[in-house]
Design a protein around this ligand. Sequence first.
Ligand SMILES: [Zn+2]
Length: 404
Amino acid sequence: MTTTTTAPLAAATSTLVTNIATLVTNDHDAVEDAEDGLLGLVRDAAVVIAGDRVAWVGAADRAPAADNRVDAGGRTLLPGFVDSHSHLLFAGDRGEEFAARMSGRPYTAGGIRTTVEATRAAPDERLAANLVRHVREALRQGTTTLETKSGYGLTVEDEARALRIAEEHVDEVTYLGAHVVPPEYADDPAGYVDLVTGPMLDACALHARWVDVFCERGAFDGDQARAILTAGMARGLVPRVHAGQLGPGPGVRLAVELDAASADHCTHLTDADVDALANSRTVATLLPGCDFSTRAPYPDARRLLDAGVTVALSTDCNPGSSYTSSMPFCVALAVRELGMTPDEAVWAATAGGAAALRRIDIGRVTPGARADLVLLDAPSHVHLAYRPGVPLVAAVWQRGTRVL
Ligand SMILES: [Zn+2]
């Protein structure tokens, strides 16, 4: 790639990225030259970035002048990935547990407690450094927006400090005091729910936009999940739910009933769950890296899409059940294992993630959107699934600034 400066740098510098073979806009209505279809593709395209925003999108031969010019070299440009579900406030390593699981031991929610112990013992600086390392790792793979959660502190102080650190480094922060019942409350789960909905919520509400609960056998049941989510909502937090990971349960219908932004995992769904999602604005966020890493069945994305459910893809990056930060890996899994087409998977990893975070400024390349862009070393977005495991990300812009 060559970057040529054709005018002196001004305050609101503009950059023309041109010679793009395939541009994914995710919005054919907003871009005059886009083809019909889910991804709103533009062939032989150009994009103008001005400041932190996309200023113009269309066919390269109609592109306006700009201060700088970047030649994309006949490659693919798409919106930065939106990873709407991760757990990056942790310390410690669970490689041995993974090895044991791959040797035949099943995954249970209890493994979370191993990370809780290590996280509580870690100083703030180590938690922050670990978070930043993973944010950068994700950025190198094209992720320009990350959601992350607390959930490995499980005391008032440890949950609040996790969220304080998170809000310094990521766009979207979720309070997950209800990840698992900590050992000191093993005989008093109701007492722990009182803590999560009382003093812990008081300490955390100002540092998060979202409230989440692990609604699963071995974690929190439907009644507990409802109490936790409604308490968060009363403090202005918007709900999202871990549901249907290990077996069917009440989580998905609870998410829909409370108008949660997202129901995450959705590996085990009843027909009633699918109907409920289809008649709601709750996104089904699928986390195939988790099913891969726990050698579990994959969710049936085809069933959801055919029913009209909005589907997002996310990494669920966490040290226990899904230690990948790679959205391209999730796209490849979604196509190979979840029954999604390459177009559907790329949409779910970008616009779908934005929908799961109720954001309209990201996950698309349209005038006015945040200039979060990924240049792929490939002639089309299909290569994300066609070339699994290959580092195709050649450049990344975040808020209009070239960061890779
Ligand atoms: Zn999760």
